[in-house]
Design a protein around this ligand. Structure first.
Ligand code: FAD
Length: 466
């Protein structure tokens, strides 16, 4: 192998650690500077969601790095959305056709530590407690501060920023040559609460809630309590607890985080809007008062790189709202594309960075749009009869003509087709479903043979999947 350039990564989070692993596997010397202390020694200092949904795109990247089986050993399978109505009834809406199409709840901390171990085992050198302050792109040097504020400089020929939505490398690049940054706040925030394992709750509560074994709710589902303009969701953790996330407008009329300033107000709100959920959260007051309100935004950049000197990946380049469960999955897809491009042309970083942006940016924009649309779907449409009719019709068509119809959610979540394709195909399919249901009182009134023939005539066949 010819001598490959050394690479300096900023950020050893999910994307940085997985990218470092793959670059090292391709023979690059990789150093990573991470702001936080080593989570394997200091404990994981969260800050963002405690658990996340891993889907096929992320799994495929983990397979490429030889880590998928190990990650799945610690993950909890989620077959679909368990939708909880205000009257306490609930029903499962499957994501895919069967258990070959499921998503996985993984612990952010455990996954990050596994990726750090794997990267180190491949030869990556980590420097923890080192926060990037700024970069001198002319001298090709970066300035870092440790936890005591001690400054150090480091030579860095090729810089890759995986330092998340608030990226310091992005700020340094933007100061050197504007990147065309636009940050669009969603206007809604989130707060995390916890349903503990069932054995810590009164037995009748978990029984009523449909719990199983050590779980107080059905474990193999992503739970949603849709309430129109806001919602709660809950994802299972392997040891039996669930992490609940309340999504709510940040400001404005009730209910918003502004109108629920303390645990007492929030408790009264939950008692009215989430009456079945509240008793499952015994530490409600402490969780509500102690956990911060997180903000949610979409980040758009015109440029992701500074010629061949610096490149942004993952949330640093394209942070999105979390409602499709794809931010990490998209960032993981980035790592495979970038590692393969660099391995193929190790001495042409300018060409590689430009090509990376050409391939990934339209896809990042597409998933950003779909993630925003999915918020409305999750908090509102999943309980709407017209949405449910469209969903039922789509499911029947998918069974009848699988080569011509696949729901957009499945295209995004269970295939490797580009996000741009999923967005366009989803729009075209949606127009046809609307047309078929127009004037039909319900799905039963639709002539399925005629509907299938129409879709086959008007839509090109789906590409070979995966
Ligand atoms: P980060 O995870 O933010 O990691 C950045 C790293 O850089 C951190 O370790 C940080 O300490 C370090 N760093 C920051 N600044 C510096 C600095 N100056 N110097 C050195 N190091 C620095 N995605 C999914 O796929 N599925 C989900 O279900 C999902 N759910 C989510 C729920 C919520 C509430 C939120 C907010 C996000 C969710 N996401 C989900 C998105 C996902 O969290 C992100 O896309 C993912 O964490 C991006 O990884 P990253 O490594 O790019 O950034």
């Amino acid at each position: 192998m010819t001598q490959r350039p050394s690479l300096t990564l900023i950020g050893g989070g999910l994307v940085g650690a997985l990218l470092a692993r793959q670059l090292a596997q391709h023979g690059f010397a990789v150093e990573v500077f991470e702001k936080r202390p080593d989570p394997r020694r200091a404990g994981f200092l969260g800050g963002r969601s405690i658990n996340l949904a891993l889907a096929e795109r992320g799994l495929q990247a983990l397979r490429t790095a030889g880590l998928a089986d190990e990650v799945l050993l610690r993950a909890v399978m989620m077959r679909g959305r368990m939708v909880h109505a205000t009257n306490g009834t609930s029903g499962l809406q499957r994501y895919g056709v069967d258990d070959s199409e499921v998503i996985w709840s993984v612990s952010r901390g455990a996954l990050n530590m596994l990726l750090l171990d794997a990267a180190e085992a491949s030869g990556v050198r980590f420097h923890f407690g080192q926060s990037l302050l700024d970069a001198d792109f002319e001298r090709r040097r970066i300035r870092l501060a440790d936890e005591d504020g001690t400054l150090r400089e480091h030579d860095a020929d090729l810089l890759i920023g995986a330092d998340g939505a608030g990226s310091a490398l992005r700020a340094a690049m933007n100061a050197h040559a504007p990147l065309g940054e636009r940050i669009e706040p969603l206007g809604h925030g989130y707060k995390e609460l916890e349903i503990p394992a069932a054995d810590t709750l009164p037995p009748e509560l978990a029984q009523q809630a449909g719990g199983q074994g050590c779980f107080a709710l059905e474990p193999h589902a992503l739970h949603i309590w849709p309430r129109g303009g806001y919602m709660c969701i809950a994802l299972p953790n392997a040891e039996g607890s669930f992490t609940v996330t309340l999504f709510l407008p940040a400001q404005g009329p009730h209910p918003s985080f502004a109108t629920l300033p303390d645990a007492a107000a929030a408790r009264a709100f939950f008692a009215a809007d989430f009456p079945d959920l509240l008793p499952l959260i015994p530490r409600f007051d402490a969780d509500y008062a102690g956990h911060p309100v997180g903000t949610l935004s979409t980040l758009y950049l015109d440029r992701w790189h500074l010629d061949g000197r610096a490149l942004l990946v993952g949330d640093a380049a394209h942070a999105i709202v979390p409602f499709h469960g794809q931010g990490m999955n998209c960032g993981f897809e980035d790592t495979v594309t970038l590692a393969e491009l660099l391995a193929a042309s190790p001495h042409d970083s300018a060409g590689v960075f430009a090509e990376f942006q050409r391939i990934r940016q339209p896809n990042a924009n597409a998933i950003a749009a779909m993630a925003l649309e999915n918020y409305v779907e999750m908090r509102d449409s999943v309980a709407d009869p017209h949405y449910l009719a469209k969903r039922a019709l789509g499911a029947q068509l998918a069974e009848r003509i699988p080569g011509h119809y696949m729901a957009r959610y499945r295209l995004v979540t269970f295939t490797h087709l580009p996000y741009t394709y999923a967005l366009e195909r989803g729009r075209a399919q949606d127009v046809l479903l609307e047309e078929l249901l127009h004037g039909a009182p319900d799905v039963e009134a639709v002539d399925l043979d005629a509907a299938a023939a129409m879709l086959q005539a008007r839509l090109s066949p789906l590409p070979v999947l995966r």
